[in-house]
Design a protein around this ligand. Structure first.
Ligand SMILES: Cc1ncc(C[n+]2csc(CCOP(=O)(O)OP(=O)(O)O)c2C)c(N)n1
Length: 573
């Protein structure tokens, strides 16, 4: 084929776009360079010919693009793809990729590869000075630790098998990102044509071992004080329902420790709050459900005679170099089917209903009292604290809201009864996730209101100008609420925790933690047609949030409220 002849046969890039669409990839997040020429050409041809292809989303920073794909998939469960520019673009994805890997988010990351050939004899060969310096000995090496699989396309005929294999591996449990590099000559080369059938399918999830399940069921039926700790137990509606059913039927208090999803309604009688450490002192059986860090060993531990059971698609978190929480049993399985079967088996052991009833009442009373205590003084608008701002944000959200939280929300103040509408950042803590994740969530659920809570630090890590650009360009109105304390409080807190009486604690200005003068973030969003407000008087916050919400829901414009918290760096709280 004459490769420049648009009427010629298919190039590998043509097949790439068709194959992604055929495998159900709806969006191709993209941040291109010289490696994109065959893909750009194929896309224009496909548009002209009405070929089904993923919808491109141009994202002017790679980390934001990965966070968007993450946000889309955390809401839908459907893996998406991104293509970035060779090694330099890949380098910019790695923060988001680490977050996605630790959250087991299936995701296909593709990158161009500088043209392999120098002479110009092969179509697509080097024709730009950057093509030499951009070559890597091993481009995948920089992210290999955080992908399940990586490969470089060697030949155009590999498009279908390589993409099918990549997506199948990404979507098989435990799920995660994969990486494929695409040399320019290979992308531009002609292929024999389409391959219609699927070559690799997602593997079935691990099935829990019945014998081990029976052991846990017996422990559960005989336990006087069981405790369930989870972080990801609400990853899907089915999983959240299964956790709730187990907790209800067997009167198990459920702690969400550093949750990324909510498994139980925050108002559920068995919802035992956000900190497991005190409850460990009484628990004789601890179920650790899809939870990488169930407690901090430096703070507390399970009782010596308690049994600890870890449950999840990867209950050992095998990709974590060290993780030594006591494990008497580890059940490999998806949360929903495993807990459903565990409940059936535990009930078959006929736990005493009178004992369950007494425990249910005791746990519910204690949880209710704790909830009331932590929400007391909610309405007091005297100080513009993170707690007060969280309560104000809570007041403007309802069952049709998706909440994306990159740290600042005080969870005690939040009322969320439905599964799969609260999402928080990955345990890897790669800042810069929130803005993109919220935009991805909005892309996935245009009918929902998406509210994104970030600190001023997280906001700046989130590539705000690219984020507001994408919001406007793609018509994705999100309400961003910046909890602005003009500092990196977490960084300073960690210094104080290690050196409570040290020089840094006594310093007038905390080292490496002050973000002053604080920018007018509300003006950044205005540059992309958004509604921006700054609030420094607590009494004005509810009305400002209402106005911003209306801009999002009624005017379909993105909005930002810059909440100037009363936490100057002279205070340590
Ligand atoms: C990419 C990245 N760089 C640095 C850090 C270290 N870090 C953890 S929390 C934090 C400060 C976050 O500031 P902000 O969002 O304003 O929240 P605050 O701590 O003030 O509550 C930093 C810099 C990180 N987690 N990720």
């Amino acid at each position: 084929m004459n490769p420049t002849d648009p009427e010629g046969s298919f190039s590998a890039a043509d097949l790439l776009l068709r194959r992604l669409a055929a495998r159900g990839v709806e969006y191709l997040f993209a941040n291109g360079g010289t490696d994109f020429a065959p893909v750009a050409e194929a896309f224009a041809r496909g548009l002209r010919e009405g070929t089904p292809m993923p919808r491109p989303v141009l994202v002017p920073h790679e980390n934001l693009g990965v966070a968007m794909a993450h946000g889309f998939t955390m809401v839908t469960g459907r893996a998406q793809a991104m293509m970035v520019h060779v090694g330099v673009g890949t380098a910019n994805t790695i923060n988001g990729l680490i977050n996605a890997a630790r959250m087991q988010i299936p995701f296909l990351l593709m990158a161009g590869r500088t043209p392999l050939t120098e002479s110009g004899a092969v179509f697509g060969a080097r024709n730009n000075y950057i093509h030499w310096a951009q070559e890597h000995f091993d481009q995948g090496a920089m992210l290999r630790e955080f992908v399940k699989w990586d490969y470089e396309l060697k030949h155009p005929e590999q498009i279908a098998p390589a993409l099918d294999r990549a997506l199948a591996i990404a979507s098989s449990e435990p799920q995660g990102p994969v990486y494929l590099t695409l040399p320019r000559e290979v992308l531009a080369a002609a292929t024999a044509g389409l391959c219609e059938h699927t070559l690799s399918m997602t593997a079935t999830p691990p099935n829990v071992d019945e014998e081990a399940l029976e052991k846990v069921a017996k422990l559960l039926a005989n336990s006087q004080n069981p405790l369930l700790i989870t972080a990801n137990g609400g990853r899907t509606t089915e999983a959240a329902n299964a956790v709730t059913a187990l907790a209800e039927a067997l009167a198990i208090p459920v702690v969400h420790y550093r949750p990324r999803y909510f498994a139980l309604s925050t108002e559920h009688p068995m919802h035992a709050g956000w900190d497991p450490h005190a409850l460990l002192a009484e628990a004789d059986l601890v179920l650790v459900v899809d939870c990488d860090v169930p407690w901090l060993i430096s703070q507390a531990n399970a009782k010596a005679d308690a049994k600890v059971v870890h449950i999840g698609p990867d209950p050992l978190f095998a990709r974590y170099p060290m993780r030594s929480f006591r494990t008497d049993l580890a059940l490999t399985g998806l949360v929903a089917p495993t807990l459903e079967r565990l409940l059936r088996r535990a009930l078959a052991h006929a736990p005493r209903e009178s004992a369950l009833k007494a425990r249910r009442e005791k746990v519910a009373t204690r949880n209710q009292a704790a909830r009331q205590r932590s929400r007391s003084g909610r309405a007091a608008a005297s100080a513009l604290t993170a707690k007060y701002a969280s309560a104000c944000l809570d007041a403007i959200q309802d069952e049709d809201t998706i909440l994306v939280n990159e740290y600042p929300l005080v969870l005690e103040e939040i009322e969320v009864r439905e599964p799969c509408r609260y999402f928080a950042s990955a345990p890897a803590g790669g800042l810069g996730w929130g803005l993109g994740a919220a935009l991805g969530a909005k892309l996935a659920s245009p009918e929902k209101t998406v509210v994104c809570a970030v600190g001023d630090g997280a906001y700046m890590f989130g590539n705000p100008t690219p984020a507001h650009f994408v919001s406007q360009a793609m018509g994705l109105p999100v309400l961003f609420v910046v909890f602005n304390n003009a500092r990196w409080a977490a960084v300073h807190r960690s210094t104080l925790a290690m050196y409570p009486d040290g020089a840094a604690a006594r310093a007038a200005v905390p080292p490496f933690a002050v973000l002053e003068p604080s920018p007018h973030f509300e003006k950044v969003i205005e540059a992309s047609g958004g509604h921006g407000e700054c609030v420094s008087d607590s009494k004005e916050l509810p009305a400002a949030l209402e106005r911003a919400l209306r801009a999002v829901t009624d005017e379909k414009r993105q909005a930002l409220v810059n909440v100037r918290l009363e936490a100057s760096y002279t205070k340590t709280s």
